[in-house]
Each structure stands twice: as C-alpha cells, then as structure tokens.
Write a protein that binds this ligand. Structure first.
Ligand code: MG
Length: 387
C-alpha cells in the first residue's frame, strides 16, 4: 500500500490522521496488564503483530474475555498454515504434520524448527511451546472449539497437498477448509463467550461465506504473487475456459480473455457478498461487529479495485492506505457497512465493459447487491414500532 497516492485524496488523508491519533481509542486497548505480566501471552501478541498487522488491530479491540481466545485461535491456525505453505517439507512429512497438528496444542514443550516460508512464521513455530502454554490456560470450552476447527482444517489441507484445485467444487471446498472453518469457529467462540447469542452457532452457511468472501478476494488479488511462487489457487475449470495456460494471463494482461477470466473470478467472489451482510446483521456486540466487518469492507473494496483491472496479472494490486483507513473508521454499524457495499457495487458497475463475456453476470450480481442494500437501508431507517 502506498501513502503517496492518498495525498491527492484529502478526505482520506484526514481519515489516516484521525486513525493515527485516535486509532488506539477507536480500535481499543493495547497491551493490557494481564498480557504484560504473562510471558506467553506477551509472545503471542507480539507474534500476532508480526504475522498479521491487519488482524492484530481488530483482535486487540475485542472484549477482553474473548481477545486472548481469538489471538490463540489465529496463531494456531497460522502455525498450521505455515506448515501447509512450506514447500521444502516432504509430502509425507507435511501431510502427517497437518493431520496431527491439533494434537500438538496439548503437548507441552513441543516446537518445530526451520518450518515456514517467512522468518516470522519460523519464529512462531520455533517458539510454539509458548503458544501451547497460553492455549492450555484457556477455558476448556474454547479449547474444544479451537481443537475441532484445527483438526478439520489440517485434514482438509492434507487432502489438498497432492491434489490441485480443478473444479469450482474443489475451489469452494478448499476455501471452506482454509477460511470458511475460521468463520464457523469464530461464531462458535463468540456464542460460547456469550458476547453473541447462541443463534450465531447455527449460522454455518453464512459464517462459511464470511470466510470464502475474504479468501477468494485474496486468491484473485494475489494472482501474480502466487504465480511467482508456482502456486495456483484459481480453479482450472474456470481459467481453462479462457486460456490453456494459467501463466498466459500475465503475458497478455490486457487481452479480453484475460480480463474475462479475472472478472469471472471476481463475480464468483462477489456472489458471497449478501451472505456476509446477512451475517453481520446478526451481530449485537459492537466490538465483535467491528472485528467481523472491517475485513469484509476491505475485501469488497479490493474486489472493486481488481475488477477488470489488468494490473492484477502483473503486479500486487492493493487498496490505497487512505481508503483503508477511511473504511476502518466507517465500519462501526451495519448501516455504514451497507452503504460501503452499495458504493463499491456502484464502483464495479462503472467498470463493466460492454462485450466482455462475463459482463452480463456482473450486472446481475451488482444489481442484486444494490437491491439488497436498498432494502436493508430502508428497513433500518423505519421508525421503531411502539411496543
Ligand atoms: Mg496456506
């Protein structure tokens, strides 16, 4: 992300400054005493800052009773993902480790050296004993949920170690394992902590969509980065319709076939957008809402940025830092989030090119999101009925 681009956007600069000055207050507490005085938690939060700046901020602002739980949930799954992403491990070792990873959370003193494709991931796994200690003092109800999700995700990742993502069904299943399960687990953690109602636990389809929306957005945006690392997450069933070779899009980024393929992938991701709004509507805790809403608004803004944008094939396209700051400040209520979705739908609408294969489908999806938003806004502005 570049700050320079935002200088031309005074409104966004104001949001950046405001976020910098008031960010701690808006985004909540930093380093509470219970963290400062606990060597293991201190390591966990420091590591969280290193492995994910964006999630670290939203996790820290969660209510205290659940922020440590979510921090551990995140780090454990990040550890698992570091195993999945390490291309130097043998297939046998990786598959076994992925399937057994959830049991390691109960093995005091366990750690893993030299695994992970970035230094911060290697550090996490090399000091994993600290994560285990922090995990073992969590309430048992949280340990059970985290363990169940970790087991399912590890098994799913292992299934995909040797098989590629061929069909759209594979794509949805893979995204379910690596992201949908995160949404489902978080719903269960929120319900278990009673910061949200038990009803949330039953909304697996919507929670899954929350994860898929984020994951698919990253997969579309990261075409180039993943290609450079010899990774293909776009389903062959889709890209094969536009080119016999996945890498050809990077060689001919402006060809109609390349853009059509990209737009096909964006359309697929956008199809989860209304489910995400349905999920967000269910949340009652302000901090849980912000935690869930911020990544979602970033995702739809990213989709608006990458739609029909040939640069995706040759560089790492990201939303402007100022826009990100503005979106974070505006993600406090469902009305604001619906307005952002509506605005991003309009942005995409303005980028639709006549004559491209998937343009009609985009028109339908965007119209659907827009209608959903209009209905949600008219509902939320209805005067409250007198009981
Ligand atoms: Mg991975």
């Amino acid at each position: 992300m570049s700050i320079k681009k935002s200088i031309l956007k005074p409104e966004e600069m104001a949001a950046l400054v405001k976020l910098k000055l008031g960010g701690k207050k808006i985004m909540g507490q930093h380093k509470n005493d219970h963290i400062k005085n606990n060597e293991n938690l201190l390591f966990c939060y420091d590591t969280l800052d290193k492995v994910s700046r964006s999630f670290a901020a939203v996790i820290r602002q969660l209510p205290e009773e659940i922020s440590d739980v979510v921090c551990l949930f995140y780090l454990i799954l990040r550890g698992l993902d570091s195993v999945e992403d390490d291309m130097d491990l043998s297939i046998e070792a990786k598959t076994l480790l992925l399937r057994e990873f959830y049991t390691k959370n109960f093995e005091q003193g366990w750690s893993l050296s030299n695994v992970g494709d970035k230094q911060e991931y290697r550090d996490l796994l090399a000091n994993y004993d600290k994560v285990i200690e922090a995990f073992l003092v969590l309430d048992e109800k949280y340990q059970k949920i985290i363990t169940k999700i970790c087991q399912k995700m590890g098994a799913g990742m292992a299934d995909f170690v040797e098989s590629k993502i061929s069909t759209i069904e594979d794509y949805n299943l893979y995204c379910h394992y690596v992201a949908g399960l995160v949404g489902i687990g978080l719903s269960e953690l929120f319900a278990a902590s009673e910061i949200e109602s038990m009803e949330l636990e039953t909304k697996d389809v919507l929670a899954n969509s929350m994860g898929l929306f984020l994951q698919k957005t990253n997969i579309v945006r990261d075409y180039k980065e993943d290609l450079d690392e010899n990774r293909i997450f776009w389903p062959e069933e889709v890209w094969n319709r536009y080119s016999p070779a996945f890498e050809s899009f990077s060689l001919n980024p402006e060809k109609p076939e390349s853009l059509s393929c990209l737009n096909h992938m964006v359309n697929d991701a956008l199809s989860h957008a209304t489910d995400c709004l349905d999920y967000l509507k269910l949340l009652t805790n302000d901090r849980a809402f912000r935690f869930c809403a911020i990544p979602q608004v970033m995702a739809i803004a990213t989709l608006a940025e990458v739609y029909n944008n040939h640069k995706v094939f040759t560089e790492n396209v990201k939303i402007r830092k100022g826009l990100a700051a503005k979106l974070i400040l505006r993600s406090g209520s469902i009305e604001e989030v619906v307005k952002i979705y509506k605005k991003m739908a309009a942005t995409i609408s303005g980028k639709i090119t006549n004559g491209l294969i998937n343009s009609q489908r985009t028109i339908e999806i965007v119209e659907n999101i827009n209608n959903y938003c209009d209905l949600a806004l008219s509902e939320s502005y209805k005067p409250h009925e007198i009981a």
